[in-house]
Write a new protein. Sequence first.
Length: 203
Amino acid sequence: MIRSSFPRRHHYRRLCRAAVSGATAIVAGALAIIALGAGAPALASPLALVMIGLTVDSRRWLRLAGRSRAGARSEDAVRGSLAALQAEGWRLRHSLPYRGRGDIDSVATAPTGMAFGIETKARTFHAHHLANTREMAAWLYRYRRRWCPTGALAVLCVVGARGVERFEDDVLIVSLDRLRPALRVRAGTSPRPKFLAAPESHR
């Protein structure tokens, strides 16, 4: 069974919260109308305020669900791209629990024993994302050595970009269209272009 991604699970949870708040807002609004019709404005006013607050809350959860959906789609795109490597003997793992505070988006292990800890971003990233991705690769090599006997390299895949393949702070930053070729080169399963240089992996 393939485990759903962390943002996909967040997306469903946030949609559920939005639905609960929205449904409760409707009930509060209906009760406010009934109270007003029954000549009880003192009761209708607080119910109307509750309805407004719940409506705002529902919209907030919908916005957050939209962000999670974008992240989930990006991770789905990376999973789809990596799936082609299985026919070449690669092993893939997705949405792995990591230090009790999230997950590792994907781990791809080449037949050579080289593993890649992959963090997925839709379009943008910051310095702390690079640091977290680098720590993730070090953690893989330290605590999951059987998955990466010859080393683990940190990879940050920017799904919305194109033609990107560079190193920054010992992290391979790569766009989705360059993901598989970049992994093959650094795993030693395809020739390395002369103009590319890679730092040492965690070994």
